[in-house]
Design a protein around this ligand. Structure first.
Ligand code: GLN
Length: 194
């Protein structure tokens, strides 16, 4: 007889708005665990990379010796990445160029909306059931190119803002900051599938 243990969802909690992701899952009745160390990462089956400041995150990941384990994790397990998290996963980062884990076949430009448009709440077109989605953009990056196996699930002004490639779901906005729970629900579905 096999006893299935419940899937454990981690939220990378070294920088940025990780608490908002934990709260978004809690609203759906799902518990998450903060991940700050290699051993905590080894305990979880899927991971959320929150928004924040990707340069600072990279620095802290290296300082804490978490970067190699995280690189391996994001290439193998379900990952939900938002904003800075999406930048960390990209194949290519520009403006300015930055190291990344290259787990998601996109090329992304940081802080792409300029000073005037630093933050905005915009309804975006989505193929997810339920019509346009309210999306919160904060010093958001812009996805400039997607590879052939990347599916675009939402767009702003014709640019992808929510994409999926295999076990990775990534947004350039902050679904954890709005009442629309479709992105977190989709990620839970992806975890069940995998
Ligand atoms: N501007 C940030 C960066 O370049 C991302 C902003 C965010 O996560 N809200 O990493």
């Amino acid at each position: 007889m096999t006893t299935e243990r419940p899937s454990r969802i981690g939220v990378l909690a070294i920088q940025g708005d990780y608490a908002a992701h934990a709260a978004a899952f809690a609203r759906l009745g799902v518990a998450t665990e903060p991940v700050k160390t290699v051993s905590e990462l080894a305990q979880v089956d899927s991971l959320v990379l929150p928004g924040g400041e990707s340069t600072a995150m990279l620095r802290l990941l290296r300082r804490d010796g978490l970067d190699a384990a995280l690189r391996e994790f994001v290439h193998a397990r379900p990952v939900l990445a938002t904003c800075a998290g999406c930048i960390l996963l990209a194949r290519e980062v520009c403006h300015p160029h930055q190291e990344s884990f290259a787990a998601l076949d996109i090329s992304i430009e940081r802080n792409a909306y300029g000073r005037q448009n630093e933050s905005a709440i915009v309804p975006v077109e989505t193929t997810l059931p339920g019509g346009p989605m309210e999306a919160v953009f904060i010093r958001a990056p812009r996805i400039l190119k997607t590879g052939p196996s990347v599916k675009t699930l939402a767009t702003r002004d014709g640019f992808p803002v929510l994409v999926r490639e295999g076990k990775i779901l990534a947004a350039t906005f902050h679904p954890e900051l709005s009442d629309d729970q479709r992105v977190h629900e989709l990620f839970l579905e992806m975890i069940r599938e995998s």
